[in-house]
Write a protein that binds this ligand. Sequence first.
Ligand SMILES: [Zn+2]
Length: 131
Amino acid sequence: MTRGRRRSFLGVSVAMAPRRMNIEGILARLEQVRPSGRGWIARCPAHEDRIPSLSIRECDRKILLHCFAGCTVDSVCTALNVGVRDLFVEPCPAAEAKPHVLRQVEKQIASLRNTLSPRDRRRAVTVVLAD
Ligand SMILES: [Zn+2]
């Protein structure tokens, strides 16, 4: 029997999560996905969809979702359990302005990353700030 290894995070608890949704991440959450034109078509998760009516397309660093039955992007995102802002492949400039505490945490994480395996190092880190 092998013993599981535990990594110490020096008292900082970090959860690993993909930083931002990419088109593959969206497609993986959908059913009956098939290529259509320059994008894909799939069953809309926001309504009872027998014939796939959700169009998915990547355009201008955004993931475009359109339900031909009339569901809003908000309701589709809610059904997919993603945020509307996750559809922006690149963070918009406004999102770049980070509070001081976040920059401090990122510095700490940068040093913690050095303790990770090369594979884990490439993954993004989600920090939940508790007050
Ligand atoms: Zn729909």
